[in-house]
Design a protein around this ligand. Sequence first.
Ligand SMILES: [Fe+2]
Length: 355
Amino acid sequence: MVANSDTITATTDKIVNKSAPLKPASSLPIVNIDDPQYPRYQDDVKYPPIEEFEHVDRGHNADPKKAALLGAASEIIELTPHIGTEIHGIQLNKLTDQQKDELALLVAERGVVFFRDQDINIHEQIELGRYYGPLHIHPTSGQPKDIPEAHVVLLDGEKTKRQEYIVGRSNSDLWHTDVSYERQPPGLTTLKIDTLPPVGGDTLWASSYLAYEKLSPAIQQLLEGLEAVHSAKEQADASARFGGPVRREPVEHTHPIIRTHPVTKRKALYVNPVFTRRIVGLSHRESDTLLRLLYDHVAGGYDFTVRFKWQKNSVAVWDNRVTVHNAIFDYLTIGRRHGLRVTPQAEKPYLEKSE
Ligand SMILES: [Fe+2]
């Protein structure tokens, strides 16, 4: 189905061409897997389990005023009161270490920070990521040739037919924080988008700090005593079913449902419908009902959610510990979206109990 082009306003540039019909996704060129931008799925490589490491957050070193970073910006736009800041006038491949530390703190405070028109290439993006922690290599996603630390984000109508996890699921069930099944899930994460559909393909981020803070004290107290199991198994099974790789044995880890950010010391809700499977110690009925309550709470959290309209070469930098995100798949009949994510891991989630 081709969308009615009269209704379309292009977000990728300033030109709105109302006479040119949009291409259906099926007419898009086939992805060339020898192009370093694009993923290879059939790698034979196998990785051992990820080893534990000690994470020291770069945000601890930051000047609380973040003067080196913010002072270099030409414009700082707070997109909502609780989450999301857009910064202009800074190139992420030119940051000093002091600015990188301040970026870690800013992202921990604001959840997600956006930069437009970025020159950073994937090798520089990887170098930036390594500053914050060991880089996660994804067990099932497509990876560019010889760059396993890059996680390819790629979706169009053709590819979606093979993506069981999207087909048949409502977008409200796709809120997640990346690879939360790992023992030490990611912290500061970057995604650069280089290919966009003519319109659509926005991403939502919600603040997990606010998700926690807006629960009633009785529910907060209940959750602070509970842990949940996060699993990689369904993702691995889905990949295998569609002929994709499973490069590492799928893991399950148990994390507190409320976690503390090591730098801001704020508490955040840490469950998501994509990877969280059950709450330890509750019956299935209790666990399912409580998790559903929390997922609905986040999905309806318009007062702590930001929606970002990407442009070519926009970069989002988010803290996966204190946000959840949700890519909006509204463009699958009209185009393709592609980008590369770099995903440094952080500490094992913990809860610092209040006095
Ligand atoms: Fe994600």
